[in-house]
Design a protein around this ligand. Sequence first.
Ligand SMILES: [Zn+2]
Length: 258
Amino acid sequence: MSAGTSKPSEDVVHLWNAAGRSEVVLICEHASPFIPDHLRHLGLAAKDRLSHAAWDPGALEVAKHLSKRLDAQLVAGAVSRLVYDCNRPPDAPDAMPTQSELIPVPGNIGLDAAAKSARVTTYYEPFHAAVRTALQTTRTPIIVTVHSFTPVFHGKSRRVEIGVLHDADTRLADALLTAAGNGPFSIQRNQPYGPEDGVTHTLKEHGLAGGHLNVMIEVRSDLIATPDQQTTMAGFLEGWLETALSNVAAARGETCSG
Ligand SMILES: [Zn+2]
């Protein structure tokens, strides 16, 4: 899908398995570290352009495996979150961050209103339009967003291995936490981030607003660094999701079709 503005050839959002028949719609906002050429690397050093500040390493690969296993549509961002963080609304201070953890982002410092507005139009709006299209083509959409987080943040090691995040609608998160409870991982609710950190924008924008089941999954990136790890993690997530969705459907007196 093209940006539709001054850079119409830029891909800003990728769709995988657009004909997927699952009611699960997968979303991966931070799938890519790509910075369009005209933004001149945002002034970042090469090592920072591929660091976790720029994207969620491993998340897209896990989401692609899940997309295949579940036969689910996957909407994935194709541009670095340092260009525009599609999991933030346009008025969020970190939608176009001037600093990410320890890394200053020179290309985002001093952006005027017109430059910010252009980023919103070019990157944020097409991404969320693609999400809306995926939801509209699904009978009873179930939103699952897939992210990764860095094992060390501001010099502190994180012990949590998988976070199950939610906003006001806890139904799917509750069921997922129960389903994953006896697994081999340290899994926590609303860790290492939660709604107070502003990370539930997509869930609110598309899940809460539409009344759709929704959950955000954060996996520690050292657990999905290799293809084998990514395949294995997708297998765990698939199993937990299927159990969780069956239990939610049973609680509603329905047959699960997710
Ligand atoms: Zn993320």
